[in-house]
Write a protein that binds this ligand. Structure first.
Ligand SMILES: *Cc1c(COP(=O)(O)O)cnc(C)c1O
Length: 487
């Protein structure tokens, strides 16, 4: 069965699945607003935030879910979230201004990322909690607070380089945070600035899927909270960062089959699966397989809220009892900063098929009115199939006789502008005028890599909502979480 189509079908919840069945609506949008088109579903982000909050409740923990704004450029998603009880993590002064303009107030905001004086001042002025990278930022924040007569500024201390007791050091180096071993001098500094800064907690953000590393970091934070208390501070939260992940694929078996096939292709046991024999990190040297798959784990058994649940249920590496229990006993709230996971299912990117070439001597080429920067899936190592939205006919069944592997070409005059380097399987060969919908792009894959190369427009963005079976839309910047009737 080695030439059965190697599908990587997307996992879709009810909202986006229903949207993708609304073919005439999607074609009408692209007819009017052009290709590419980014579509966001604001209601999904509210649903995701509620699921994260429910995990904390299940562990009887208080806390806050901070959406890491940097995952999206959408106003609709941020404004919709402002109408819920979720919070937001801003990584730049522009994101902070955007969040304030969307209806968030300082008490529900946190400033992370590299900070210049203007960012620190705006945070301090609006009562935004500052997630401080190190002593330099704390010194500067204290100076600003005094110079401008501002209220005491809440700060969270970002730590890194936690050591598992007696064992290996966390190998992952971060350019952010203060080494946990250097907490002492940081506390000296906070004592000096007691009048200006109030340390409300400590935290970490690890860009990894490993719960081992996160459990070590979380236990390290519980110890750090004790250290703060012994110096007379009153910390009340531990910030467990982001990185809960998204499961992009519907079927674990398809993912396993595909990654196995990539290995077989690298070993030459089957034909190439990608343009020019690209191997996504795998290669063969002297007959043995080298390298490792440089791919996002697109099917994940526990992602998003379930991943947070798993982390809180895990025993602490040295203290032994579940981390959630230890947090409860240390009277700490949990701050979590999901980006990608809160944007799960919140958007898709539409591209029109311009041309189909079958004279290629290999898989046909499907040329689209969009480029690799408009759909950052490949750039983020995420492999997931687009959904064919035909212009005229009904969507074909995936197991029909017309299934075909194609290459997806972008609209740039650039050899490398393939939407994805792999051969993508579609239930039938598309026709010019059909749409391909790239699923689940709202987190990082819509805005992070979009360019104006060749002066081509970046995608317009619309927000959509289903009301009693009818899909309605507005421009992203026109969206507010209220109805026209004022409700
Ligand atoms: C990027 C980032 C996040 C969000 O990460 P995800 O992997 O999208 O969940 C959270 N916190 C900080 C400090 C970040 O830099």
């Amino acid at each position: 069965m080695s030439d059965a189509p190697l599908y990587l079908q997307p996992r879709l919840t009810a909202g986006p699945a229903s949207l993708l069945r609304a073919g005439p609506f999607l074609h009408g949008l692209v007819d009017g607003l052009g290709s590419p088109l980014a579509v966001v579903l604001p209601e999904e982000i509210g649903r995701n935030a509620a699921q994260f909050a429910a995990v904390l409740r299940r562990h009887r923990l208080g806390g806050r879910i901070y959406f890491a704004h940097k995952a999206t450029g959408s106003s609709a998603l941020v404004r919709h979230l402002a109408a819920t009880s979720a919070c937001l993590d801003a990584a730049s002064p522009e994101e902070l201004q955007h969040a304030l303009g969307a209806g968030f107030t300082g008490g529900r905001l946190m400033a992370t990322g590299p900070k210049d004086p203007a960012f620190l001042w705006l945070a301090a002025r609006t009562g935004t909690t500052v997630n401080a990278d190190g002593p330099g930022e704390l010194e500067q924040a204290a100076r600003l607070v005094r110079a401008h007569g501002l209220p005491r500024l809440e700060v969270v201390l970002r730590l890194s380089g936690f050591e598992a007791a007696g064992a290996r050091t966390l190998s992952r180096r971060s350019r952010f945070g203060t080494p946990a071993a250097a907490l002492g001098p940081l506390l000296d500094l906070l004592e000096k600035h007691r009048d200006a800064l109030e340390p409300v907690g400590v935290g970490y953000h690890l860009d990894t899927t490993s719960t081992d590393e996160k459990a070590t970091a979380l236990e390290g934070c519980i110890r750090a909270v004790d250290a703060l208390r012994s110096r007379g501070f009153r910390p009340r939260a531990i910030d467990v960062g982001g990185g809960y992940g998204v499961s992009y694929l519907a079927h674990a078996a398809q993912w396993e089959r595909y990654t196995t096939a990539l290995t077989e292709a690298a070993l030459g046991r089957r034909g190439p699966l990608a343009w020019g024999g690209y191997g996504y990190g795998l290669r063969v040297e002297n007959g043995t397989l080298k390298g490792s798959l440089a791919l996002y784990p697109a099917h994940r058994p526990a992602a998003g809220p379930a991943y947070l649940d798993e982390l809180l249920s895990r025993p602490a590496p040295t203290l032994g009892r579940p981390l959630g229990t230890l947090l409860l006993e240390s009277l700490c709230d949990v701050y979590a900063e999901p980006g990608r996971a809160l944007a799960d299912q919140c958007g898709l990117t539409l591209g029109r098929v311009l041309e189909v070439r079958t004279d290629t001597g290999g898989p046909p080429w499907v040329r689209l009115a969009l480029n690799a920067g408009d759909v950052g899936l490949e750039d983020h190592g995420v492999l997931v199939d687009p959904v064919l939205v035909p212009r005229r006919s009904e969507p074909p069944p995936p197991d029909g006789p017309g299934a075909v592997g194609v290459h997806l070409m972008g609209n740039l005059c650039l050899e490398a502008d393939l939407i994805t380097r792999r051969t993508v399987f579609l239930p039938r060969l598309p026709d010019p005028g059909d749409l391909l919908a790239f699923p689940n792009t709202a987190g990082y894959c819509m805005d992070f890599t979009a360019t104006r190369a060749q002066r081509q427009p970046t995608a317009r963005k619309v927000a959509v909502r289903e009301e009693e079976g009818v899909w309605r839309w507005c421009l992203d910047e026109q969206y507010w979480p209220v109805t026209e009737a004022g409700g």
